[in-house]
Design a protein around this ligand. Structure first.
Ligand SMILES: Nc1ncnc2c1ncn2[C@@H]1O[C@H](COP(=O)(O)O)[C@@H](O)[C@H]1OP(=O)(O)O
Ligand SMILES: [Mg+2]
Ligand SMILES: [Mg+2]
Ligand SMILES: [Mg+2]
Length: 383
């Protein structure tokens, strides 16, 4: 048994105001959307897509079989839920925004599913996707074939870039956390001319109440964060409570800051992050969480600093940061590379970045940058 989002429980957003105007007004060609209306339609579609994908992941996480997990060429795991989530988001965006051509930059592709060895897996994914769409009820009863599902997944092959609109998706960010039964996120963002215009982050296992200090009494889990450029960041429960505006921590003394980093030791140079923490005088041990859930938790002030320093040679992908980045910046935070420059999402599927990513509030950024610079210098002189 599982609990699925019915469409009536899905978050509702105001439709663009144009739709409620008399047709004589609506049809005037020169109605320029105000800043507050801009991207409303896209945000509503993104929220629906991510909520449905999250319900697919929740169902799958409960029922996961050994045979549902595979290894990709880069030796990272992928599950039926990663593929299913990507198919759902692609299908919902396509149906909700059919007036515009869809460009989607997403992590997975159907290559392995189209091989003979992938047939079984593809059937399980198709079943999951159809059940999720059927449960939602807003798209009638037409069943998708395995080929439809492969095609939906492969619409994520766009290269992105600095012109026009591109959706950016990580269908499951933190697959290793997902497999452990821990934290993971469904992360969707929209780039407009190379800049992040909106982001939606579903965190199905994140408690609604703060996880500051790595403890929580709260047993209600499942958060949805969303942010639109210039409009702040909001959080609601995944099953549709009314949204609350969130803000990053206002701590100004780094000794009191708590610090997030990857759960997976292999994803980050923890000797470097502990050197940075020592320089800042941070007293609390680091809180280790998988995926962009760290950005969500940071945006509501559960911690004050996020450090990410992958090992040499690892290339960061845009879908691992675009949604999280706008969720934090619209909540008043700052996200930069190790040198303090903003992240550049306009260079294609990868972030053009060689050292690391740091996020914190405005007050702590100067001392954080100094600690990062000193730790990196010490490290390079000792190598
Ligand atoms: N060797 C690696 N170093 C850094 N990040 C990695 C590595 N391998 C996979 N990832 C990606 O790091 C992110 C998880 O980050 P975190 O370390 O913050 O939990 C995911 O995007 C994961 O991909 P995936 O989306 O496939 O799970
Ligand atoms: Mg992956
Ligand atoms: Mg990822
Ligand atoms: Mg992923």
């Amino acid at each position: 048994s599982f609990c699925c989002l019915s469409s009536s429980r899905l978050p509702k957003f105001a439709e663009p105001h144009l739709l409620s105007l008399p047709s004589s007004v609506a049809s005037r060609a020169l109605v320029v959307p105000s800043a507050s209306m801009q991207y409303d339609k896209e945000l509503a579609a993104a929220t629906k897509a991510v909520s449905l994908a999250a319900s697919l992941c929740q169902k799958s996480q409960k029922e996961l079989l050994r045979s549902d997990v595979h290894s990709k060429l880069d030796r990272t795991p992928v599950t039926v839920a990663d593929y299913g989530s990507q198919a759902i988001v692609s299908i919902v965006l396509e149906r909700e925004l059919s007036a515009e051509p869809l460009s989607l930059v997403a992590e997975e592709d159907s290559g392995d599913l189209r091989k003979d060895s992938g047939e079984d897996t593809l059937h399980r994914i198709t079943k999951l996707v159809n059940e999720t769409i059927e449960n939602d009820g807003s798209y009638g009863a037409s069943l998708l074939s395995p080929e439809d599902v492969c095609r939906a997944i492969d619409s994520g092959k766009s290269e992105g870039g600095s012109f026009g609109r591109h959706w950016v998706l990580d269908p499951i960010d933190g697959t290793k956390g997902f497999l452990r039964g821990d934290q993971y996120a469904v992360a969707l963002a929209l780039l407009d001319d190379g800049k992040v215009a909106l982001g939606v982050l579903a965190c199905p296992n994140l408690p609604l109440a703060s996880i500051a200090g790595n403890v929580t009494q709260e047993n209600v889990v499942g958060c949805l964060f969303y942010a639109k450029v210039g409009s702040g960041t909001f959080m609601q429960s995944l099953d549709g409570s009314s949204p609350v505006k969130v803000h990053v921590s206002d701590i100004g003394n780094s000794e009191d800051a708590s610090l997030f980093e990857s759960y997976e030791e292999a994803h980050s140079m923890q000797d470097l992050t502990s050197s940075i923490a020592r320089k800042l005088g941070v007293k609390a041990p680091p809180v280790r969480i998988d995926s962009q859930v760290k950005y969500g938790a940071l945006s509501r002030g559960d911690g004050a600093i996020y450090l990410r320093f992958p090992h040499k040679g690892y290339r960061e992908k845009i879908w691992d940061h675009a949604a999280g980045c706008i969720v934090v910046t619209e909540a008043g935070g700052v996200v930069t590379n190790a040198a303090g420059q903003p992240l550049d999402f306009s260079k294609g599927r990868y972030l053009d970045l060689d050292t690391g990513i740091i996020a914190t509030n405005q007050k702590l950024m100067p001392s954080l940058l100094k600690a990062v610079r000193e730790s990196l210098e010490e490290r390079s002189s000792s190598l």
